[in-house]
Design a protein around this ligand. Structure first.
Ligand SMILES: Cc1cc2nc3c(=O)[nH]c(=O)nc-3n(C[C@H](O)[C@H](O)[C@H](O)COP(=O)(O)OP(=O)(O)OC[C@H]3O[C@@H](n4cnc5c(N)ncnc54)[C@H](O)[C@@H]3O)c2cc1C
Length: 261
């Protein structure tokens, strides 16, 4: 079984810098980490490999510093790592990101399963996994809490409005997971030492065989036109005094606001 895990490097803090012209995140020089749900995706891949054998490739599209995230994934136990890194890939929106990742996956075929996080904690659209499935023409399941593999198919338990739905999917497929699915392992000292010896392959636009009109800023139909923190419109008023006094003040306030008591 060949499993590809998509790893996004995200800012470690919420104190991020935004490019005032493009409204994109300035990733250079920022302290970063693996998107937390991607660690769950990798853990699920490791559990499947422990049980059924095979190989895990981790892929990321990002600047050179995204190698750190891939190095950690190798230390956790992934077999191979690929960084898709090229100036031409910069400024990608979801569609261009998914297209680039799909092109990378095509170079890694045969692939049986792609695991992604349910969403990235920075841009947070949750669309990369589903778009990846669409571009590859593969079945997909999002928000998966439990996954079982049997022969050429998987069974997934996925969150839905009414509760939990159980689906069977033929392989190859794309699955996105959240923190409910497992508890990611920590890299062991041996894992960290071994990861230093594993190469991280870097592919640019040429190696990915991408259509230049579909990548980076040029290939991105989405424009983030404005970023702002919403203004607070609510305020809190503390009522003080004895219990009876506070109760009658509260009733008066509710009546004042035409709330029936
Ligand atoms: C503040 C801000 C807002 C943005 N808003 C939008 C927007 O509204 N629309 C839009 O199209 N773009 C937006 N972008 C651009 C956005 O950064 C890219 O679209 C991004 O690469 C993918 O979207 P996401 O982070 O929402 O991924 P999600 O779809 O939330 O991520 C889900 C999973 O996909 C995988 N994944 C995602 N990105 C990568 C990657 N680069 N490499 C490997 N795996 C990956 C991971 O497994 C991740 O857990 C925004 C960027 C910023 C900084």
């Amino acid at each position: 079984m060949h499993i590809v895990v998509c790893i996004k490097q995200v800012p470690k803090t919420l104190d991020v810098r935004i490019d005032p012209v493009t409204n994109n995140l300035i990733r250079e020089g920022m302290e970063s980490t693996i998107n937390m749900f991607d660690e769950n995706a990798l853990e699920e891949a490791l559990l499947l490999r422990d049980k059924f054998g095979g190989k895990i490739s981790v892929i990321s599209m990002g600047p050179p510093q995204a190698k750190e995230a891939l190095r950690k994934a190798l230390a956790m136990g992934a077999d191979e790592a690929y960084l898709f890194c090229d100036r031409a890939l910069g400024g990608a929106d979801v569609l261009a990101t998914a297209y680039t990742l799909a092109q990378g996956v095509k170079q890694l075929m045969p692939v049986d399963l792609i695991l992604c996080g349910r969403h990235a904690v920075d841009a947070d659209t949750g669309q990369v996994g589903p778009e990846l499935a669409e571009l590859l023409g593969w079945p997909q399941a999002t928000l998966v809490h439990r996954l079982e593999h049997d022969d050429d198919r998987i069974t997934v338990w996925r969150e839905c409005e009414e509760g939990m739905a159980v689906w069977e999917l033929p392989l190859p497929a794309v699955v996105t997971v959240g923190k409910e699915i497992n508890k990611p392992r920590y890299p062991t000292p041996i894992g960290i030492i071994r990861s230093g010896k594993k190469p991280i392959t870097v592919w640019g636009a040429k190696e990915l065989d991408v259509d230049e009109d579909k990548i980076g800023l040029v290939g991105s139909p989405t424009r983030v036109t404005r970023l702002f923190s919403p203004e607070r419109t609510s305020h809190v008023e503390m009522l003080t005094g004895g219990a009876e006094q506070v109760a009658s003040l509260l009733v008066a306030k509710l009546r004042e606001h035409k709330i029936q008591v």
